[in-house]
Design a protein around this ligand. Structure first.
Ligand code: SF4
Length: 328
């Protein structure tokens, strides 16, 4: 696999914007490319600092770091724009250049019962999508790209917390094909009612994601029951600009009205070690990335719920309603 960092676009943008000092954020899978990117930027006489903080999505634009360092521009590699922030940011999406044909052919037996395909891709495969569409159409399938909705940047684009574009077309397709990795397809299988087939570009594999849905839904119901029983509850908020999935003050009030002792805890990024010393808290509701609660169930000794799940535990929403809306 070759990555295209669009060096020429980067250089031309930097020449036009003329920053003196930039903060570079690299998505987790491409941090190893920092030295070559540094050479391109410093070669233009621009001071360049790399953020060592984790960068799982474009929700994590490092505005606070940038302000603290006094840079003129953030260059964010590996994600498409997700939210509007009041700071200059140059998004460099980074393309995976690879021949997807062998995997597409491998996917055909998995799709034999489906004629109408809903298609979505993670941002690295944006430039392949017309060829992918043509491939499936040549196999007699009808292909519909998921809608551009919510925080997604393009038609067909998928991120780990935005599935409204898939739900918008689910009644008109027989299944979804996701070009990307397990993370995006797992979110999809929780968000839609149709089968989801993953073209796993990184493990050279094709998988139907069906089994995973039931396992995760059981874990979610278990966590909801634990929050109902909890006496002490922690509400976790992160300071990342794009991770505001609920209003902590309102949730605090609801939990207190339900007879619980609730507190709000802030952190730069939720990790299991940061919760260890809050050992008298029985359950946590996180208003940060919803995928932490859903994907990392086994990593946390205490139940971690999303805002929507907390509303089920508090009796304000029904579980069926959440399933209908998609639990991500
Ligand atoms: S909130 Fe989570 S799923 Fe959404 S973009 Fe950020 S890291 Fe990805």
């Amino acid at each position: 696999m070759t990555l295209n960092f669009e060096k020429e676009k980067l250089i031309s943008e930097l020449k036009e914007r003329k920053p003196k000092k930039v903060l570079v954020q690299l998505a987790e899978g491409i941090k190893q490319n920092a030295p070559e990117i540094s050479e391109w930027i410093t070669g233009l006489g621009i001071e360049c600092i790399f953020s060592g903080e984790t960068c799982w999505g474009a929700c994590s634009v490092a505005v606070q770091e940038a302000q603290a360092l006094g840079v003129d521009l953030i260059v964010h590699f590996g994600h498409a724009q997700f939210i509007e922030v009041d700071f200059p940011i140059l998004y460099m999406e980074v393309q995976d250049v690879l021949d997807l044909n062998p995997l597409l052919k491998k996917s055909i037996p998995h799709l034999k019962d489906y004629n109408k395909i809903g298609l979505s891709y993670s941002i690295q495969h944006r430039y392949d999508i017309e060829n992918i569409k043509k491939f499936y159409e040549s196999q007699g399938k009808t292909v519909t790209l998921s809608k551009k909705a919510g925080t997604n940047a393009y038609e067909g684009h998928i991120t780990g917390c935005e599935y409204r574009g898939l739900r918008a077309i689910q009644d008109s397709v027989d299944c979804f094909v996701i070009i990307g990795n397990q993370f995006h397809s797992m979110g999809a299988v929780l968000a839609v009612r149709k089968p989801v087939v993953l073209i796993d570009v990184y493990n050279d594999d094709v998988r139907n994601m069906a089994g995973l849905r039931e396992k995760i839904l059981k874990q979610r119901l278990f966590s909801i029951e634990k929050l109902k029983e909890a006496k002490n509850v922690g509400i976790i908020v992160e300071i990342k600009p794009g991770q505001k999935f609920g209003n902590p003050a309102k949730l605090l009030e609801k939990l207190r009205n339900a007879g619980k002792t609730a507190i709000v805890i802030t952190m730069s990024e939720l990790t299991p070690d940061k919760l260890m010393n809050f050992y008298n808290i029985d359950a946590f509701v996180e208003l940060a990335c919803p995928r932490i609660a859903l994907d990392d169930f086994a990593k946390y000794p205490k139940p971690i719920l999303t805002m929507r799940e907390a509303l089920v535990a508090l009796g304000e929403k029904s579980w069926d309603e959440i399933l209908e809306q998609g639990i991500v």
